[in-house]
Design a binder for this molecule. Sequence first.
Ligand SMILES: CC(C)(COP(=O)(O)OP(=O)(O)OC[C@H]1O[C@@H](n2cnc3c(N)ncnc32)[C@H](O)[C@@H]1OP(=O)(O)O)[C@@H](O)C(=O)NCCC(=O)NCCS
Length: 183
Amino acid sequence: MDLRAPSLELLDGYLDAVRRGWMGDRVLFGSAENLLAMADRDRGAVLSRLADRSRSGIRFLADGTTASALPAIFRWMWDGEFAGSIDLRWPAPGEALPEDVPGHIGFGTVEWRRGRGYATRALALMLHLAREQGLSEVLIVTDVDNDASQRVVERNGGVRGKSVTLPQRIGGGRAYRWRIPLG
Ligand SMILES: CC(C)(COP(=O)(O)OP(=O)(O)OC[C@H]1O[C@@H](n2cnc3c(N)ncnc32)[C@H](O)[C@@H]1OP(=O)(O)O)[C@@H](O)C(=O)NCCC(=O)NCCS
């Protein structure tokens, strides 16, 4: 499994995963049906929207509104087929992450590829990219009852901090804050 930038060449694999139930990008498209209908009309439009979050300066919020962008890197997990996604975003030097962005990195593996070490490897690869961007640490939040995601962060050197309540507009709930030093 490797990380790949989304591309037209790989788009069919991504669309197959959406047909199988992957919906890691609900906030961007509203629903799988919307996404697939857009792909029928214009495959390039789907790709542009996926790329927008890192390119065009827009941040899509869970309540349907947008905010100004953070620089971001968005990658697909790829093992010959689409296997999940991971993204990194970061604030300007010296600034904290905005309230609606609780962590630098978010990730998800398609259900049918879980338990193969993909998320653990994807995070390790993304940490290299974070280092290349000059970040000295990354923060990640995991739901308190999401043992698998906690394990992924732990296996990548994460140090668990206190549990916090996430803002309602990004889903609410209790979460642990993790710090991964990139020394
Ligand atoms: C969390 C998630 C990304 C893990 O993906 P994955 O590719 O299956 O993860 P890995 O195969 O790298 O497994 C990571 C560790 O979690 C463990 N694990 C997997 N499922 C588990 C479960 N249900 N309960 C406890 N541990 C679990 C694995 O055994 C492994 O630990 P190990 O290295 O000690 O053996 C995946 O379950 C997922 O996409 N969940 C929904 C989205 C999500 O929660 N994202 C995290 C946001 S921070």
